[in-house]
Design a binder for this molecule. Structure first.
Ligand code: GLA
Length: 683
């Protein structure tokens, strides 16, 4: 790494193309407050040795900066800022508000969040604050004022880091303060109690509200709750976190010209934040990602998350704000990374658009809940293999410099959103087995196994330029989003819509007149009955594929039938259909195809869309990033056997090995190639 990366010094980093530029940035979280001051200089010497460019500090600083109510002590942070500056290391400065000190909730117990049963979350962990608490907000902003005033023009400051993983633990609060804030949010959205009653369908089960005071967050109920109320509470909760971010960012922007961001959690197990609505407020799109070994395919989830983060960045390079060198400490079994896995997973993020790679954390904690979490500098210190792994990683990032500023090439898009996830995953739907993200990831994984890169697009956004558009489980869809999907087909794209799409509007009310509602005309079909499958059921299609989870009784209007159910509750009914639409076509699949059948379908769709496929199979990433003057191919083989790559022909310089490649290439087991392609290698 260069020790002085070209970081923007403007409030509007979004205007600085490809931030941060210069080199692939290496960064880390650093929690010096956990260590004696004597260790700080050693740490910073080792950071320099490793080539660390950017250090996130003061993430959990509040109890140190304000040890007692109104009593401030900035000496530690002053010293760390100076030491880092003297070492030429830039700072990603936390506002320090992620976790309030225990004295604050002793003085103001009303800031503590409550779950849907009214149970209070106490200090002792982290993030124990109600997102709607005006008391917490005021105290947090008072701290941010001081931090911004003191360090807003500090020469080491490169980036502001608001709070930390907003909404990770405290996304939903059901206390009385939150209830009042929810009512305020609803008033702004609906204007009148009558409009709220209409939108929530409160004619059902005597739920009609006569006064705003009767409206509550979706606290524990005896039977199933109102799905529209739950959906709006999800929206409200995301907006409350965003409002907190905005309030802190406003203070920072008033006192400092440095760009402002926060670390997003684009990952499977966090569902509470609609990040599409956050992007306009972030100067840099930054994601935290850890391999999740609770999932069937953690690497497929990594690829999905990285593509979605790039979507949030509108295709521009983004920052991996946190990842781990090896194990984390919050899963039931915390797997260490295998030999070479750190490099391969980091390459996976870079391939899909990251130009900055930062780790949680610099030095492994000695105490506290994260002491078994891996770090750049492990407990053993700078002598053992853990440190050596960090050194090798840093050297690899250095070699990737030609990647900086390039953009990922993609001709396929997936329409995906958090509000759509909230609307689709409801306990009173036809089946609990059809889960939004896992289902979307299966289509993404099938395309990844064919070497096809997917851009993620917000529902309603323009799809121009994509040859293939995948629309998974878009149960709740606005007219505008449905229209943009139809327009893509009309303009020549091949569109695939999957089960349980188009049925409802944005209030989760069913669109009458026949399923699949918003997509009925586009797809040229009518679904007469939804016939979900039991957990261990499997249906056969006449063409040989098998499906799980879902089937339905479907008639075509102007679509052709490409395959039918051979068995199961919809035997004899169409299972795969295609309708010509303008210059393109709209396909529908009426079940969750299992892996082979799904890959066959995606292969056919790519064929129709004119997208070349590369038969790489599971656990391999093939992604191309390019700029006007160069194309760079990433081939990452996570498997234990070699992978043959015929196209793109890897002719050029391999940045991983530092040697020339002349493809077709064989990628060694658990290996990777990042080739700066020469002219001759155009597929
Ligand atoms: C999150 C948090 C960090 C740390 C890591 C551990 O990303 O932001 O503070 O807890 O998880 O994986």
């Amino acid at each position: 790494m260069s020790l002085t990366p070209a970081l923007p010094r403007t409030a509007d980093a979004a205007l600085v193309p490809g931030w941060p530029t210069g080199s692939i940035l290496l960064g880390c979280d650093y929690n010096p407050e956990q260590w004696d001051r004597a260790i700080w200089r050693d740490d910073i010497r080792l950071m320099r040795e490793l080539g660390v460019d950017l250090v996130a500090i003061n993430i959990f600083g509040w109890a140190h900066l304000e040890p007692r109510d109104g009593e401030f002590d900035f000496s530690g942070l002053d010293e760390i800022m100076s030491l880092l500056h003297e070492a030429g290391i830039r700072v990603n400065l936390g506002t320090g508000t992620a976790s309030p000190p225990p004295w604050l909730s002793r003085l103001h117990p009303e800031i503590l969040p409550r779950d849907r049963d009214g149970v209070i979350a106490y200090p002792g962990g982290r993030q124990a604050w109600c997102p709607s608490s005006p008391v917490f907000r005021a105290r947090a902003l008072a701290l941010v004022e001081r931090v911004a005033e003191r360090y807003g023009e500090h020469p080491a400051l490169a980036l502001w880091h608001v709070s930390n993983e907003l909404g990770c633990h405290n996304a939903y609060c059901y206390c009385d303060v939150s209830a009042e804030a929810f009512r305020g949010w609803l008033r702004a959205r609906y204007g009148s109690i009558e409009a709220l009653n209409a939108a929530w369908g409160t004619a059902f089960w005597s739920q009609r509200y006569s006064e705003w005071a009767d409206v509550l967050p979706p606290r524990t109920t005896l039977s199933a709750g109102n799905p529209a109320q739950k959906l709006d509470f999800e929206r409200f909760s995301s907006d409350e976190q965003l409002a907190h971010y905005r309030a802190e960012a406003e203070v920072l922007r008033r006192r400092s010209a440095a760009p402002v961001t926060t670390n997003l959690m684009v990952t499977d197990h966090i569902r509470a934040l609609d990040y599409w609505s956050w992007t306009g407020d972030l100067d840099v799109i930054a994601n935290d990602h850890y391999l999740d070994h609770r999932l069937a395919d953690p690497l497929a989830e990594l690829a999905f998350s990285a593509d979605l983060t790039r979507g949030l960045a509108d295709g521009a390079p983004w920052m991996l704000m946190e990842t781990s060198t090896s194990a984390v400490s919050w899963q039931p079994v915390n797997h260490a990374k295998r030999e070479g896995e750190l490099a391969r997973t980091v390459l996976g993020h870079v391939a899909r658009g990251a130009d900055s790679i930062c780790f949680f954390q610099w030095r492994a904690s000695q105490r506290g809940a994260e002491k078994f979490h891996s770090a750049l500098l492990p407990h053993a210190g700078a002598a053992g293999p853990g440190w050596q792994r960090s050194v090798e990683l840093s050297a690899l990032l250095d070699r990737l410099e030609p990647v900086v500023g390039t953009r990922v090439e993609a001709r396929a898009a997936m329409v995906i959103g958090w509000q759509e996830r909230w609307a689709a995953e409801v306990d009173t739907h036809p089946t609990q087995l059809l889960q939004y993200l896992p289902e979307a990831r299966r289509y993404h994984a099938a395309l990844r196994a064919l070497g096809v890169t997917v851009d993620m697009v917000r529902p309603g956004d323009d799809l121009a330029g994509y040859d293939l558009v995948v629309v998974p489980t878009l149960y709740s869809v606005t007219d505008a989003a449905a229209a943009s999907i139809a327009r893509a087909a009309a303009d020549g794209a091949t569109v695939l819509v999957t089960p349980f799409s188009g049925l409802a509007d944005e209030q989760a009310a069913i669109r009458l007149g026949g399923y699949p509602g918003a997509f009925r005309d586009l797809l040229g079909i009518v679904v007469d009955e939804l016939r979900p499958l039991a957990a261990d059921d499997r249906v056969a299609l006449e063409g040989g594929a098998t499906g799980v989870i879902w089937s339905e009784a479907l008639r075509t209007e102007h679509a052709e039938v490409l395959d039918r159910f051979a068995t199961g509750p919809a035997a004899g009914q169409p299972a795969v259909t295609r309708a010509a639409h303008g210059a393109g076509a709209a396909w529908y699949v009426a079940t969750a195809l299992e892996a082979d059948g799904l890959r066959d379908l995606m292969r056919r769709l790519c064929g129709e869309a004119g997208i070349p496929v590369i038969e790489v199979g599971d656990d391999v990433d093939v992604v191309v990033r390019s700029a006007d003057d160069r194309r760079i191919a990433f081939v990452i083989n996570h498997r234990d056997e070699p992978v043959e790559i015929a196209s793109p022909a890897l002719i050029g310089l391999d940045l991983v090995a530092g040697t020339a490649v002349a493809g077709p290439a064989t990628i060694v087991p658990a290996g990777g190639v990042v080739a700066v392609l020469s002219e001759r290698s155009e597929p």
